[in-house]
Design a protein around this ligand. Structure first.
Ligand code: ADP
Ligand code: MG
Length: 602
C-alpha cells in the first residue's frame, strides 16, 4: 500500500477556501462580483457582527435555474469561461469557479435564487461543505446568498479574524471597490439590521466618485498614452494621506491592489506631494486585455502587467498633464521608458523622475537640485560626496561609505558656524575643516523624532490641549483602527473622543508638535498604525513617531533667523543618531575644504 492518497473534495475546498476567503470582506467581494456578473442593478449587503455572524448579499440579477445551482457549488464549475483563451478577453469579474464551493466549505451557506422566467425559486443549504440540501422556495427574481458563522469549522482560522468593527471596515472597503467599479448599480449596506450606507445608481464614474469618496474636491483627469487610457478623480495634494489607503485603483474595471501603480499615481504630483503620501481618489486604468494577466491571485486582487514600467510611466505622465493644468507642479524629468506615441530618447540612470526642481542650470557648480539630490540619499548623514562633476541627466555618484563617529562627538553641531540659509531650505555652515550643508527639515525632524521617542519611552509625552477641538470625519477603516489602538494614540499624546457615528474630536496633540494640523496628524497616525499591523510594536511606534515628527517640524521653505538656525544646530548635539529613524533622511552634507580647493583648481 502506497502512502499517497487523494484528498476528499470537502478538504480540497477548505484548502482552497484558505486562499480565497481570508475574512468576511473576501466573502462580500466574491458575492458582489457574482451579483455584478449576473447583471444586477441593485445589490444589498447585510452584515452582522462585522460579518462574523452573518454576511448576506441580495441581488436582482439573472438568477440560476435549479440544475445549475448544484453545479455552481461544485469546484471549478463556472458559466464564465470555457477554454484557456477566454481568460485573455474576460468580460466578467469571476472565472475561477471557486468562490461558492470555497465559502460553502467553511460556513453555513444558504443560496436562494430564481430566474425571471421560472415560477419557483430554489433554495440550497450547505453546512461546512457536506451534501447540499435542495428544495423549492419562493422569492423575487434574483439571488440571495447568506453566509453564517464563517470559519465555524476551522477554529484556527476564526481566531485570526479581528474585532467586528475592523472586519466591518474591510467589508465597507470591498463594497466601495465594487461601487467604484460599477457606477450604474445601486449598493446598499446594512450593519446589524440598520442601513448605514447607500450608493444610488450614478450616471458616470465621475458622479460615483463624488458620491462615494467623501472628498470635497476631486480633480478630474483623463489621458492616453500608447495603449493605455486613464480616467481619474484625485484630491488636491494637501488632502493627500500617508499610505495609499484612500487611493482606489481599477484596472480594466477590476479593483486591484498594486503598490507600484499607486506610486505611479502619486508621482504625477511631483514634488507637491511629499514622498510616502498619496492622494485620495480613484484611478481607472484601461489596457488591452492581452497586456494584463488577471489570473495571478486567488482573490483576483492583483494583476500582472506585461510591461509594468512603461505602464507606470504612462500613468504618471498622463495624470501629470491633467493635474498640472489645475495645480502648479514642477515639470517631471524625462521618461526612462516612454510608451508610444512620445518619440523620446531613453535616458540611462536611476532617476526616473527628477521631481525636486523644475530646471537646473548646468553651469552652476553647486546648484540646489544637485544638493537636494545628494541630501536626499537614504543615509542619516552623508559625507564627502563629490558633487557637481557630472552633467545633468546622469545621477550623482554614490557617496563613499560614511563615518558617522565624527558627528556624534560631543558638541560637534554647536561648534558649526552658521553662515546663511539658502533657498529657505538649507543651512550652510562652516566647520574647522569643511563646509556643511544641513537640510533644515531633516534636521528638525530628526530632533523631534528623538525627543518624541524619549518621552514616549518614559511615558511622559506632554499634551497640548486644543482650545477648540478639531472635529474629523473618519472613514470606517480609520475609525476601526482608532478603536483598536486608542491606548497607543493616547500614549502618543493624541487625545481623541468620539462625537458621532464617524466623527471624532481631537482634544489634544503632543506639545512638541503643536505646529501640526490635528486632522492630518490623526489621519497619518491611523494610517501608520494600520499599516504597522503585524509588525513588531516598537517598529510600528517608530513609524508613527517619525510621521508625527515630520508634521511638527520646520519645513523646506520656512525662513529661519540666524538664532533659530543656530539653535537648531545646537539641539542636534542632544540627538541620539544611533537609533534608526524610519524616515531616515540624511541631515547633513559635508564638503571638505580640500574638495572645494580641488574643484577650483587650487
Ligand atoms: P465564478 O464566479 O468564478 O464563476 P463562483 O463559484 O463564484 O465562480 O460561482 C459559480 C457560478 O455560479 C457562476 O459562474 C455563476 O454562473 C453562478 N452564480 C453565482 N452567483 C450568482 C448570482 N448571484 N447570480 C447568478 N448566478 C450566480
Ligand atoms: Mg464568482
Amino acid at each position: 500500500m502506497g502512502k499517497i492518497r487523494r484528498l476528499g473534495s470537502d478538504l480540497v475546498n477548505q484548502i482552497a477556501a484558505g486562499e480565497v476567503v481570508e475574512r468576511p470582506a473576501s466573502v462580500v467581494k466574491e458575492l458582489l462580483e457574482n451579483s455584478l456578473d449576473a447583471a444586477a442593478t441593485r445589490v444589498r449587503v447585510d452584515i452582522d457582527q462585522g460579518g462574523l455572524d452573518l454576511v448576506r448579499v441580495t441581488d436582482d440579477g439573472e438568477g440560476m435555474e435549479r440544475e445549475d445551482v448544484l453545479l455552481a457549488l461544485e469546484r471549478h464549475a463556472t458559466s464564465k469561461i470555457e477554454r484557456f483563451d477566454d481568460l485573455s478577453h474576460l468580460g466578467t469579474f469571476g472565472f475561477r469557479g471557486e468562490a461558492l464551493p470555497s465559502i460553502a466549505s467553511v460556513s453555513r451557506l444558504t443560496l436562494l435564487t430564481r430566474r425571471t422566467k421560472d415560477d419557483e425559486a430554489t433554495e440550497v443549504v450547505v453546512d461546512g461543505g457536506g451534501e447540499p440540501r435542495v428544495k423549492p422556495a419562493a422569492r423575487a427574481p434574483g439571488t440571495a446568498v447568506e453566509v453564517r458563522e464563517l470559519f465555524f469549522n476551522v477554529p484556527a482560522r476564526r481566531k485570526f479574524l479581528r474585532s467586528a468593527p475592523t472586519e466591518s471596515a474591510h467589508v465597507s472597503e470591498a463594497i466601495l471597490g465594487a461601487a467604484l467599479a460599477c457606477p450604474a448599480v445601486t449598493f446598499v449596506r446594512s450593519r446589524d439590521g440598520k442601513v448605514v450606507r447607500e450608493y444610488l445608481r450614478a450616471g458616470s464614474r465621475r458622479e460615483r466618485a463624488m458620491q462615494a469618496l467623501g472628498e470635497p474636491r476631486l480633480i478630474a483627469c483623463e489621458g492616453e498614452r500608447g495603449p493605455m487610457f486613464v480616467e481619474a478623480y484625485l484630491s488636491p495634494p494637501e488632502r493627500g494621506r500617508s499610505g495609499a489607503g484612500g487611493l482606489h485603483l481599477l484596472v480594466n474595471g477590476r479593483p486591484v491592489r498594486d503598490r507600484a501603480l499607486a506610486r505611479a499615481v502619486a508621482q504625477a504630483y511631483g514634488s507637491v506631494l511629499e514622498a510616502g503620501r498619496y492622494p485620495v481618489g480613484v484611478a481607472y486604468v484601461e489596457l488591452p486585455k492581452e497586456l494584463v494577466d488577471v489570473n495571478v491571485h486567488p482573490q483576483k486582487a492583483e494583476v500582472r502587467f506585461e510591461d509594468g514600467r512603461a505602464l507606470f510611466d504612462a500613468v504618471t505622465r498622463s495624470l501629470y498633464d491633467a493635474l498640472s493644468k489645475v495645480i502648479p507642479i514642477p515639470a517631471l524629468g524625462p521618461a526612462t521608458r516612454p510608451w508610444l506615441p512620445s518619440p523620446q530618447r531613453s535616458y540611462a540612470g536611476a532617476g526616473t523622475f527628477a521631481l525636486n526642481e523644475p530646471a537646473t542650470t548646468p553651469s552652476a557648480r553647486f546648484d540646489a537640485a544637485e544638493l537636494a539630490a545628494l541630501v536626499s540619499r537614504p543615509h542619516e548623514v552623508i559625507v564627502e560626496g563629490p558633487i557637481g562633476s557630472t552633467p545633468a541627466p546622469a545621477p550623482p555618484p554614490a557617496p563613499p561609505p560614511l563615518d558617522t563617529s565624527l558627528f556624534s562627538q560631543h558638541g560637534f553641531y554647536t561648534k558649526l558656524r552658521f553662515v546663511a540659509q539658502i533657498r529657505a531650505t538649507f543651512l550652510v555652515c562652516e566647520g574647522d575643516d569643511a563646509m556643511y550643508v544641513v537640510d533644515q527639515h531633516a534636521a528638525d525632524e530628526r530632533r523631534n523624532f528623538d525627543r518624541l521617542r524619549r518621552s514616549f519611552e518614559a511615558r511622559t509625552v506632554a499634551v497640548q490641549k486644543l482650545l477648540v477641538p478639531d472635529v474629523v470625519e473618519l472613514t470606517p477603516t480609520e475609525a476601526a483602527t482608532l478603536a483598536e489602538h486608542e491606548e497607543v494614540a493616547a500614549r502618543l499624546g493624541v487625545e481623541v473622543r468620539s462625537v458621532g457615528p464617524s466623527a471624532f474630536a481631537v482634544h489634544g496633540v503632543p506639545a512638541l508638535l503643536s505646529r501640526a494640523r490635528p486632522e492630518r496628524l490623526l489621519r497619518d497616525l491611523l494610517a501608520e498604525l494600520s499599516r504597522a499591523a503585524g509588525r513588531p510594536f516598537s517598529g510600528a511606534v517608530d513609524l508613527v513617531l517619525a510621521t508625527m515628527a515630520c508634521h511638527g517640524s520646520v519645513r523646506a521653505g520656512d525662513a529661519l533667523s540666524a538664532e533659530q538656525a543656530q539653535a537648531l544646530l545646537g539641539a542636534l548635539d542632544g540627538v541620539d543618531f544611533s537609533g534608526h529613524c524610519p524616515h531616515g533622511r540624511p541631515v547633513l552634507l559635508r564638503i571638505p575644504f580640500s574638495e572645494l580647493e580641488r574643484r577650483v583648481g587650487r
